[in-house]
Design a protein around this ligand. Sequence first.
Ligand SMILES: [Zn+2]
Length: 150
Amino acid sequence: MNSTDPLVTALSLQVADLRQLLADLQTKVHALEHDDAKKHDPGQSIKWWDLTEEARELEVARLRGWERDVLVPMLGYSLPECWPLHIPACARVESLYELWATCWLSNRTRSVLASQAEYFIRYLPQLAEEIRALCRSCEHAAPRSVTGVA
Ligand SMILES: [Zn+2]
């Protein structure tokens, strides 16, 4: 048997193909491992009901920054001014932020792209409306007339 034997040639080509396949798979595994490191980690849920006043102010400031820098200019939504005074609204704003961060602070894949679309279509409009409803008839709403009649 010599190196020009058709069987040896065929096997050599198959080995070369398998080596290339292995190299491609190693590249993909490496990329996946590094993609995981770049994903946003939502961490623990905030226990709004159990925060000190100072801790709550820090969380609200962080979310207010996102509202100012992203929610209004990028996503085109505004929230009632008094949302930080309502714990149920704070929880929903935090969810909006964490969902946004998970979708936009990760590498874009088909799955992430689908999640972004779902965020626009379902989560953002629904949660924004719930936040507005929570603040719609609260005591922080627009000033009433002098007689106290709305
Ligand atoms: Zn209010």
